[in-house]
Design a protein around this ligand. Sequence first.
Ligand code: ZN
Length: 305
Amino acid sequence: MSESITCPACGSADHADLFHTKDHLVTGKEFLIRKCNACGMGWTVDPPAESDAGAYYVSEEYISHTDRKQSISDYLYHIARGFMLRRKKRLVSSVTGKSTGALVDIGSGTGYFAAFLKQKGWQVTAIEISEAARKYSENQFGLKAIPPEGIKNLPSGSADCITFWHVLEHLYNPSEWMTETGRILSGNGKCIIALPNFTSADSEWFGKRWAALDVPRHLWHFTPEALRHFAGRNGFACEQVVPLPLDLFYISILSYRNQGSSLTLIRGLLTGAFLACRSLFRTEKASSLVYVLSKSPSGTWNPKA
Ligand SMILES: [Zn+2]
């Protein structure tokens, strides 16, 4: 998306340039972050055009990382992933009130979550833009993810749950995805959105060096308040906000690694533990948050289909 004149979450015209931050993963290029003074939403100014965005993703490296078990951090990553899969599944069941049902996972990546839910009896549709990631999930799990345009073919009102696990911040047209989500979701279905938290303790600690800025792949840097505005403007109501505790440690380690620090694992874990203690029980300070949305009866969503 090109530079917005008004805040993409709340529509306020009161915003300011915050700082420049670097793309540590691929290009080393710097990008400006702008912040809304009303809701705290941040956004990446002048990101690459959507048609060029693929060049900023290194999917091959990402995919090989998912199965590597060479170092202590790889080992911890695998334990954490198992823990998070079970936690995510419990959340889906608790918010939908269903032990099985129809779920659409948008941005399914290498397919771990979608395959896990399928294995637990859910009827899962996985949507993924990267062809390499789609191939991986098919080879690894027999899971046939579909490309993004396939969402148009999903029947209206057919899904009990639609999930965006760290995906919305990458999307060039997030409102269009929410419109499709509103169309596909059943009347009492739930939409689950996990996002890095721009007001988190680790965001404040690391500032422009916060790894979850991840420019220019992350176009939007949501705060809880910004997400509530965004949800409301797209016909949803935010019912619940749940912290994702482990992301703090991962992001802290990565933030030190990006700076070229030594002892990144130890420093990341210690800083994570320190920040976790300091912001204990303060949801709005958690590194990542999961938002549970329902279709708002008073919202702008219009069931055209
Ligand atoms: Zn705003």
